[in-house]
Design a protein around this ligand. Sequence first.
Ligand SMILES: *Cc1c(COP(=O)(O)O)cnc(C)c1O
Length: 417
Amino acid sequence: MRKVTDAFNFYQGNCPRELADTFGSPLYVYNERIFRQRCAEMVGLSKYPKFAVNYAIKANTNLTLLKIAREEGCRADISSAGEVVAAMAAGFKADEMLFVVNNVSEKELSYAVEKGITVSVDSLSMLDKLGRINRGGRIALRFNPGVGGGHHEKVVTGGDGTKFGIMPAYIPHVRELLEKYDLKLIGINHHIGSQNWGDLYLEGVGSLLELARQFDSLEFIDLGGGFAIPYHKQDGEKPLDLKAVGEKLDAHLFDFAKSYGKEITFLIEPGRYLAAECGVLLGTVHATKTNGATHYAGTDLGFSVIKRPTLYDSHHDIEVYRAASEPPLDFANPQTINVVGNQCESGDYIARNRELPPLYEGDVLGVLDAGAYGFSMACQYNHRPRPAEVLIQTDNTPRIIRRRETFEDILVTMKEL
Ligand SMILES: *Cc1c(COP(=O)(O)O)cnc(C)c1O
């Protein structure tokens, strides 16, 4: 088992066991340097002069990270009114956000429209609703160009089998509604799915640009997110070759811009790529057992803390941190272990059939690449307060950026009803 975090200098001299001791377990730990680096990489993806990155903040909405993303030059891709609130609290201005909605209420739409945020709708009925609220307004549309892909069927968001986007066949109806409400179509976007390597992404770009030529009023084209990160680093998996993706992307962008006859901005919406690798989730082994032939390590990392393995069968590399006073990790005699949580559900898995040195009570585990869709999907199931978040700052010191919830936090919304 390679210690990936050492290669990244992830803890920057801090001891993960001490972090768990000081701030409690489970604990999300983020590395500021890595987050800044990933933001800068995406901002630098294209040489096209009017290119910008909308960080899909649903991946991780911690306000400190949002502020850092903004400092690094990102704008914000928003998926709910609650995220508008978070983005504004972090300093994003209305014209730095695109609200990409899916089946939202009139109230949620109005909230964004009143704030002056551009909204992208993805069905004829949502377009009709937006027209009623924002007659004469400047709006965007999310298309479904028929290309889709991702690491699991639950994250594919393009193609016939998904609920997202307007299929191109409906463009005549779109035009009728634009006219009916005197709407100005200033942008289009798509997002074909998550955890895609370069070629499928570029195929999607090609089809969206083809579609864009049918509209002459566009000010921006947003090419979506979904850039993959290597979750199997312990097996030597390599990162996306961003330089190659950037070059191929630019060929599309410059070519389109030349023929469109009007200045155009290109946007992308990465979430995972920016936030995943800057986060490790620390947890503690509280019990071990063998049921029949199956070894279990029972931890405080239930799916209320990290949902991805349960929701998508996702793989996260795991590292083990054992106290120096204990017998050393026996890598020579690994066991096949199911690492599970503490929730009352059989689907409560962190890892299945994972080769690890035998684990014992008190071992601290690091679940790697947990910065995206980790805390942001955490919940209070079984009435467990959600964990704290700590940032290892560029000066190597850890700083708490979200306190651990208390039992009071769980009860407060039901009190005094
Ligand atoms: C979730 C989402 C993204 C970000 O996807 P990643 O795979 O995290 O890059 C981008 N755009 C939209 C519309 C989304 O819903």
